[in-house]
Design a protein around this ligand. Structure first.
Ligand SMILES: *Cc1c(COP(=O)(O)O)cnc(C)c1O
Length: 219
């Protein structure tokens, strides 16, 4: 399947209200441009250096999503142009984003990454930690970040019932927080990748991050 065919297939399977982020990490500019020429504008990268390089080289109307684990000392490189940071997993990181965004007079959209899988390796806040952050009122003190919603990754397993359960948990938590912060633009629930996006959408996702299905397996 070509890149264009893959995107068409995904678009035919998900509602228009679900944003497709094409995860282009490790992939060349030519692959991104094939998707771009089809009309794709949202792309995801997980390395700051790659993100910055691709931003420099590629069309400026691309919306760049940072989907990786973000180190605080690299925040300054991307606040100027990043469209959405998906992986905020600590208050320290959020404060750094706020500071650096303030320096360039930006307000940066962020998602809190919530840990929902039963794997050791995945970063994220647990449900209680994120609740503390939100209800503590700290966000009012960070004028240059805008928390737009939550992101999560399910366990990498063939047990689709387990995956569905984890997504359901994230969705429940999303609405719980939404009720507390009373912010109309807290409206993004980023969940679902190549192997589980159909389940994620069924469970309420409105942003899927898909890489290998579009661009082929990563080497
Ligand atoms: C790599 C990655 C994806 C895409 O994974 P695929 O299985 O290739 O679709 C999605 N989200 C995050 C956070 C990733 O790191």
């Amino acid at each position: 399947m070509s890149i264009t065919e893959a995107i068409k297939k995904i678009e035919s399977e998900i509602p228009k209200s679900v944003c497709l982020v094409a995860v282009s990490k490790t992939k060349p500019d030519s692959a991104i441009m094939e998707a771009y020429d089809h009309g794709q504008r949202d792309f995801g990268e997980n390395k700051v250096q790659d993100l910055c390089d691709k931003y420099e080289r590629l069309p400026k109307d691309i919306k760049w999503h940072f989907i990786g684990h973000l180190q605080r000392n690299k925040v300054k490189y991307l606040v100027d142009f990043v469209h959405l940071i998906h992986g905020v997993d600590s208050l320290r990181l959020l404060k750094e984003i706020n500071k650096r965004a303030g320096n360039v007079d930006k307000k940066v959209d962020c998602l809190l990454q919530i840990f929902i899988a039963d794997e050791e390796t995945k970063f994220g806040l647990d449900v209680d930690e994120s609740m503390e952050m939100i209800s503590g009122g700290i966000l009012n003190e960070l004028p240059n970040v805008n928390i737009r919603g939550l992101m999560g990754m399910a366990t990498n397993t063939d047990d689709m019932e387990k995956v569905a359960k984890e997504f359901r948990k994230l969705k429940t938590h999303f609405y719980e927080i939404k009720g507390i912060i009373q912010k109309p633009d807290f409206d993004i629930l980023s969940m679902g990748m190549t192997n589980d996006y159909q389940i994620a959408v069924k469970e309420g996702s409105n942003m899927v991050r898909i890489g290998s299905l579009i661009f082929g397996a990563r080497g």
